[in-house]
Design a protein around this ligand. Structure first.
Ligand SMILES: Nc1ncnc2c1ncn2[C@@H]1O[C@H](COP(=O)(O)OP(=O)(O)OP(=O)(O)O)[C@@H](O)[C@H]1O
Ligand SMILES: [Mg+2]
Length: 265
């Protein structure tokens, strides 16, 4: 049970900008967004990444799913190197690695109904599946995420924020992935809805034996969700440890400051 499913080794990610507003003669300005980041996630576990805005959390997520190239280091999924693969070689891992996004409504195509949205990954990867099978799988997964199967023909704007996030979760689960990156999955939701979605994610993790990389700036949510936590600041890893240690025995001053800034009720 404790094999690492994902290993990230010393990765750096750079953004290059081609023109500078202030210094138009400067070309190809390189900005290092994350530097020397290393971590592992064991099967069935959750690693939380916490850090302020701009600390590089989403950059790490995008590097893992290979929509951003890394400048150095390596990323392994189940012992296979997946960093900087070309799209064709990456395709077989796309089924196993999925992502849940921050803004549920914006991440859903407004012109597609729920059935089309949820089934799209399935019909893309398995074009030979027949309509009946697809519909059955979609209805099954809708039930698993707490949506009513008879809502299959409705459009995203007809749902609440929490329901839209459930649609996004259903879409990410339809291919039966092993590993899911959740990038601030509840931060755009109302506090009362946040708990429901968090609990759903925990329940689904048990049911489908999922491994999560859980990105959040909310330390309470990170603590609730994660087995281990990595603290990130300005693209650098500050501390990584099990959740209990990070909260009760933080080693680093920055971590201590972050923890002391959590509002107490
Ligand atoms: N496409 C881009 N081009 C240039 N710089 C970028 C780009 N995307 C992000 N950055 C910069 O990289 C750094 C890390 O950004 P990133 O989006 O990873 O932060 P984050 O921790 O996810 O923040 P947030 O909590 O606001 O989502 C920031 O300084 C950001 O300005
Ligand atoms: Mg982000």
């Amino acid at each position: 049970m404790n094999k690492p499913i994902l290993s990230v080794k010393n990765i750096c990610v750079d953004y290059t900008s081609n023109n500078s507003f202030l210094f138009p003669w400067e070309k190809n300005i390189i900005f290092r967004a994350v530097e020397n980041i290393s971590f592992e996630i064991s099967e069935g576990k959750t690693l939380g990444i916490v850090g302020e805005t701009g600390s590089g959390k989403s950059t790490i997520a995008k590097a893992i799913i290979n929509i951003l190239k890394i400048s150095s280091g390596k990323i392994y999924f189940k012992n296979n190197k997946i960093s900087n693969l070309d799209e064709k070689s990456m395709r077989k891992y796309r089924k196993e690695i999925q992502m849940i996004f921050q803004d549920p409504l914006a991440s859903l195509n407004p012109r597609m109904n729920v059935g089309e949205i949820i089934s799209e990954p399935l019909t893309t990867h398995y074009p030979k599946l027949n309509y009946k099978e697809v519909k059955k799988k979609v209805k099954e997964i809708m039930e698993n995420v707490g949506l009513l199967p008879n809502q299959i023909n409705r459009y995203p704007h007809e749902f609440s924020g929490g329901q839209c996030q459930r649609i996004g979760i259903a879409r990410s689960l339809i291919l039966k992935p092993k590993f899911i990156i959740c990038d601030e999955p509840v931060s755009s939701l109302d506090v009362s809805i946040q708990a429901q979605v968090i609990n759903l994610l925990k329940e689904l993790q048990q049911k489908f034996k999922l491994t999560y990389l859980f990105i959040t700036h909310d330390l309470n949510i990170a603590r609730h969700m994660s087995d281990n936590i990595m603290v990130l600041n300005l693209g650098k890893m500050i501390e990584i440890n099990n959740s209990y240690e990070v909260f009760n025995n933080p080693k680093n001053d920055y971590t201590k400051k972050l923890i002391s800034s959590i509002p107490k009720i």
